[in-house]
Design a protein around this ligand. Structure first.
Ligand code: 2X7
Ligand code: FE2
Length: 300
């Protein structure tokens, strides 16, 4: 069998505001636009990958939170209504999602072999979190590719960011090995914001962009520092500074997705492409692509 490959990796944030502002038929609330900088960023990401062939999208969402190990969606099909618990006024999305169960099991088994606690999630009534749905929609609005969906083990909350990083480095390697063994071509997505301190009240018109800005200068500086490392291929520095970044910027990297992503990509030393940056209720969000397809992935 031919070797599988990871064709690209992306930071693909999931604030539900993005789906709300797009007004897709699956979402019940309607908006007058908003957050265009980020939505155009997602357009550029989709354009950038439009000629790249791949079979499956693998995503890790910090809003599917599991305290005992890492879980994987384990049934071929999920269809239901996903409501954001904090923003039910913005996100009530009717999803219809296909899972690549074979690859999910292969990743789960590799992770188990590496000593991680894992579980396949086989409850047909399980409600998919809005992080998975928003990233899934913004990355691939046609929903025409199967997905592997991985939970966020809350080891940073239970132990520390350092423990989280060790576990996510292992999960990233297991994910990568399973994809290479599967013969499939995959895109891997970390669904998370960067700095994550947000406003505590919502403006009367949520999409009123005159109210949108980063919560503080310190958050801005952290986001720019991380983006600069991504744009200049300094992934190891991101890993090294992850504990300070996660704690000081209250970053959503606490969910492990960012570390996992860099590990699946073997800690890339080539520059990532920044497709967009913007704030959503004060949080910092970057849409970033690591164009592995330009770097002969899978030939190692
Ligand atoms: O989940 C989120 C987020 N990460 C950032 C901003 C706003 C809402 O939801
Ligand atoms: Fe989030």
């Amino acid at each position: 069998m031919t070797r599988g490959e990871i064709v690209a990796g992306c930071l693909a944030p999931h604030p539900p505001h993005l789906v709300y502002a797009e007004n897709p038929p699956q979402n019940e609330p309607t908006a007058e636009g908003g957050w265009e900088q980020l939505r155009w960023g997602y357009e550029r990401l989709r354009d950038s990958l439009s000629d790249i062939d791949y079979d499956v999208i693998v995503v890790l969402s910090p809003h599917w939170q599991t305290y005992v190990g890492t879980h994987f969606l384990g049934l071929p099909h999920f269809k239901n209504l996903s409501v954001d618990p904090v923003f039910p006024n913005l996100f009530r999305y009717n999803y219809d999602l296909n899972i690549d169960v074979d690859l999910s099991k292969q990743i789960c088994d590799k992770a188990k072999d590496a000593g991680l606690t894992v579980k396949m999630m086989n409850n047909p009534d399980f409600r998919i979190d809005y992080g998975t749905i928003t990233t899934g929609h913004m990355f691939n609005p046609k929903w025409d590719k199967p997905m592997v969906v991985i939970s966020s083990n809350r080891s940073s909350a239970y132990y520390s960011v350092d423990v989280m990083q060790e576990m996510m480095m292992e999960l990233g390697k297991a994910t990568r090995d399973a994809i290479l063994d599967s013969g499939k071509k995959a895109v891997v997505l970390a669904s998370n914001s960067l700095s994550h301190r947000h406003f505590t009240t919502e403006s009367e018109v949520p999409e009123d962009m005159s109210k949108e800005h980063i919560t503080s200068h310190a958050m801005h500086l952290w986001d720019m520092r991380m983006i600069e490392y991504m744009r200049t291929g300094q992934s190891q520095r991101i890993i090294d500074e992850m504990p300070e970044f996660t704690e000081q910027a209250i970053a959503e990297s606490d969910g492990g997705g960012f570390t996992w992503l860099l590990s699946t990509l073997d800690i890339p030393t080539y520059p990532a492409i920044l497709h967009g940056y913007g704030t959503i209720i004060g949080t910092g969000n970057a849409i970033v692509e690591w164009p592995v397809y330009k770097h002969k992935e899978g030939e190692k």
